[in-house]
Design a protein around this ligand. Structure first.
Ligand SMILES: [Mg+2]
Length: 379
């Protein structure tokens, strides 16, 4: 029987929009409202197709054309080295060929019972430093409280707050005081039952991290993300301090340019939540990594901020991984990409059980984008 081969690849970048502007984080300026979503659709010579996040170059697109599917996707692992640049489109394609959602295919491949339905805890990742133009901490706190209430109205029950205002955008003391005021306001707005995380984008020192956690101890911060660039000695100190203070806060790290030692430090208990970027690291590699983290008792919480499609794709890891902590939710609407099957209810993403990633690509919008400013190659 002839092998099934890739017969066409189309690539285009769609543009999405957040409901409101995302401000600064500790390192960077305003993130804005516009979101780029690079997508590839791959088609096989028997007429099936799948699409997903893809940053392949034209050369890599030409390389994959005509390749047999079994050289690109391994039934035990997922994308092979030859298929790695098309990891997400391949998962969508393979799950659609099997008439299953990706989460069920991933669970079966991992030797886990395939869930009949799936709900994944998520957090609202939109609480950026939107307050830097405001003179008083009270006004800043009220603005972030209003954003929290907007998140609650959308079904969120967990919120991640950007902190580290004193690293760059404000003087250290004023910025730290404002971080604390904002955390308190978000806790009050979110209610006692909500889960709060803070993310300093490496904008704290060890001492500032301790101070903020000590002064917000009654706010029960679930995780502190990137307090400073990961460092073995500083994390040992911080973990010992958290235990001595009786604080339940976990340390989350690993997005961006992570230390090559990060996983060893996670295994040693210095980092409790690993956040390698979903879209750079890849779905297949995340499945393998997450299984390892499950074994170590470490949480998985892949980063994908700024890439709309990550909201949906990340949920499908939960079929296979026991310790996927949260899906990061960066609310965005991208014309041409329909994620309407996904609903947020009481802090959880209800994941559609339609085949593949459960997303719909508007053929006209995508084909037009690929034809005018993207790439199309067919055999
Ligand atoms: Mg972060």
């Amino acid at each position: 029987m002839p092998k099934t081969r890739i017969s066409a690849v189309e690539w285009a970048e769609l543009e999405g929009r957040r409901p409101r502007l995302a401000g600064c984080n500790a390192r960077l300026g305003v993130h804005g409202q516009s979101v780029r979503v690079p997508l590839a659709r791959i088609t096989t010579d028997d007429g099936a197709s799948g699409f997903g996040f893809c940053r392949a170059t034209e050369e890599q697109i030409l390389d994959v054309l005509g390749q047999p599917l079994d050289a690109l996707f391994d039934a035990q692992y997922g994308a092979t080295p030859a298929g790695q640049f098309f990891d997400f489109p391949l998962w969508d394609l393979m799950a659609k060929r099997a008439s299953q959602p990706v989460y069920r295919l991933a669970a079966t491949m991992a030797g886990k019972p395939a869930p009949q339905s799936l709900r994944v805890s998520c957090y609202d990742t939109s609480l950026y430093m939107d307050d830097l133009h405001l003179a008083s901490d009270e006004e800043a706190a009220e603005l972030l409280a209003a954003e929290t209430r907007a998140g609650l109205a959308c079904g969120h029950r967990a919120f991640k707050i950007k902190t580290g205002r004193g690293a760059r955008h404000m003087p250290v003391e004023e910025g730290t005081r404002r971080d604390i005021a904002v955390i308190r306001a978000v806790r009050a707005a979110a209610g006692e039952g909500a889960i709060l995380m803070i993310d300093a984008n490496d904008g704290y020192t060890l001492n500032l991290a301790k101070r903020v956690l000590a002064e917000t101890a009654d706010c029960r911060i679930y995780w502190l993300e990137e307090p400073f660039h990961e460092d073995h000695a500083l994390y040992e100190d911080l973990q010992a301090w958290l235990r001595a203070e009786g604080l339940p806060t976990l340390i989350a790290d690993g997005e961006g340019e992570a230390s090559p030692n990060l996983l060893a430090w996670a295994q040693a208990g210095l980092v409790n939540v690993v956040q390698y970027d979903l879209l750079s690291y890849g779905f297949s590699d995340w499945l393998a990594l997450g299984a390892k983290l499950d074994g170590w008792g470490v949480h998985s919480a892949p980063h994908h901020y700024g890439r709309h499609i990550g909201n949906y794709a990340v949920c499908h890891l939960a079929g296979a991984l026991a310790r996927l902590a949260f899906a990061e939710w960066d609310e965005t609407v991208t014309p041409g990409l329909d994620g309407g099957g996904y609903v947020i209810e009481e802090g959880q993403v209800v994941v559609p059980d339609s085949p593949g990633f459960g997303l719909t690509l508007d053929a006209e919008v995508f084909t037009q984008a690929a034809a005018t400013r993207g790439v199309i190659h067919a055999l």
